[in-house]
Design a protein around this ligand. Structure first.
Ligand SMILES: Cc1ncc(COP(=O)(O)O)c(C=O)c1O
Length: 445
């Protein structure tokens, strides 16, 4: 950045002090602000007019590209027609329309949609559904929840309890009781530089049997995993792993929850990770790509068995004492309907699948660059893992992030892993720009 640009940036900025930013080094940011003021398609524009190629779709969410005109129009039209309708005991047409569209593309058997406002709320909702499901069936002693090491399920107390990322947990006390964790499946000794799903590691699903043996199946309500772990470092499921988890859950009457907040809506090269992997959970959490990041919205897709279990008791009684003021908000529902229309109308899930090999070729061309210890890919999700600087974990990836940003590409880091999850509209030339920029950044260190 030239001195002139820096001065202009400072002159035009609002006072930065009052806003406490999430998951951000606030003091560093306020000294070195990076402001996005406009976005369109594959690009974001900074406050001082720089154009940046977005290789992470905002935060794994703007799958249709930024400010898609059809989605923008739908939000505008909805805001002029119905701003809000009471979410409990009253409804509005858009949210029913969205539930129909969603269950139409969901894996077979996930026939019901419950709406919330974020991935974190979706996770807490799914965990509560699982606990209540067993209780209604007379198995109220099934209260344990099983997550996985390195899992990320948002930041609610439920999500951090089943999640497996230490910094997100350690400050916040005892969290939910009765939670246990499967081992993660990340193993560079066996799987470094795998293309697509790693071959080694399906047997790690059998650890679930050990956890069940320890606690007894009769105490376990649900297992929750991300089909592809995102924020924990882009960890792909070994071939056969998810099927095995499903089998073990079935054997013991345990509900399986897939957290598809990242994997859903084309990211895995199909409508959902479950679709691509051919494994259907009982509950599936969604958010992000549901509205292509335009209006906050999340949801839980539930099987008929789960829904029907709740639909008992006195006629007219509330079946599930849970929901949010903004569950199924009209603006979010309109954005969701338009987003699904765009995905299907423009064939974006197929496009993601068709681009997978090009994306994989480009990423894997980084093998052999300095400090690259692994490259992983699946669908339009990818990762380049770097050797950490001794005693300074995350520093190397952060400096690559900054270098890429200064050179016109937004990437994301998790630990010392560079993560890529571009909008599904990315083309071959843009994939080339992303990877060339990362290569140059790696060489400049
Ligand atoms: C798998 C997964 N679950 C849940 C969440 C939480 O979503 P939100 O940030 O919308 O609460 C995320 C966010 O990245 C996620 O990746």
């Amino acid at each position: 950045m030239t001195d002139n640009t820096a001065r202009k940036l400072e002159a035009d900025l609002p006072d930065l002090e009052a806003y406490w930013m999430p998951f951000t080094g606030n003091r560093y940011f306020k000294q070195h602000p990076r402001m996005i003021s406009r976005a369109e398609g594959m690009y974001c524009y900074t406050h001082d007019g720089r154009k940046l190629l977005d290789a992470v779709a905002g935060l794994w969410c703007c799958n249709a590209g930024h400010c898609h005109p059809r989605i923008v129009e739908a939000i505008k039209a909805q805001a002029e027609t119905l701003d809000y309708a009471m979410a409990f005991q009253l409804g509005h047409p858009r949210v029913f329309e969205l539930a129909n569209k969603l269950t139409g593309i969901a894996p077979e058997g996930l026939d019901y949609a419950f709406f919330v406002n974020s991935g974190s709320e979706a996770v807490d909702t799914a965990l509560k559904m699982a606990l209540a499901y067993h209780r209604i069936r007379g198995q109220g002693e099934r209260t344990r929840l099983i997550g996985r090491e390195k899992g990320y399920h948002g930041v609610g107390f439920g999500g951090i309890s089943v999640g497996g990322i230490s910094p997100n947990r350690k400050m916040f006390g005892a969290m939910l009781p009765g939670v246990d964790h499967l081992p993660h499946t990340h193993n560079l000794e066996h799987n470094a530089f795998s293309r697509g799903l790693p071959k080694w590691g399906a047997h790690l699903a059998n650890e679930l049997e050990n956890i069940i043996a320890l606690h007894d199946a009769s105490t376990i309500a649900a297992v929750i995993v991300e089909p592809i772990a995102g924020s924990g470092g882009v960890i792909l499921p070994p071939e056969g792993y998810l099927k095995r988890v499903r089998e073990i859950c079935d054997k013991h009457g345990i509900l399986l929850i897939f957290d598809e907040v990242i994997c859903g809506f084309g990211r895995a090269g199909a409508a959902f990770g479950a679709t691509r992997f051919g494994v259907t959970p009982d509950l599936m959490t969604i958010a992000k790509g549901l509205t292509s990041g335009t209006v906050p919205m999340g949801g839980v897709l539930a099987s008929k068995d789960v829904y029907d279990t709740f639909m008992t008791g006195p006629e007219g009684a509330i079946e599930f004492f849970h929901g949010y003021t903004y569950s199924g908000h009209p603006l979010a529902a309109a954005a969701g309907c338009a987003t699904l229309d765009v995905y299907l109308g423009e064939g974006l899930f197929d496009r993601a699948r068709a681009m997978e090999e090009t994306f994989a070729d480009a990423l894997h061309s980084l093998k052999g660059e300095a400090n690259v210890i692994d490259v992983r890919n699946f669908g339009l999700i990818g990762a380049v893992e770097l050797e950490s600087i001794p005693g300074k974990p995350t520093a190397r990836a952060m400096s690559i992030f900054r270098e890429c940003y200064d050179n016109g590409v937004i990437i994301r880091t998790t630990g010392d892993t560079l993560a890529f999850s571009p909008p599904l509209i990315i083309d071959k030339a843009q994939i080339g720009v992303v990877v060339d920029t990362v290569r140059a950044a790696l060489r400049s260190q």
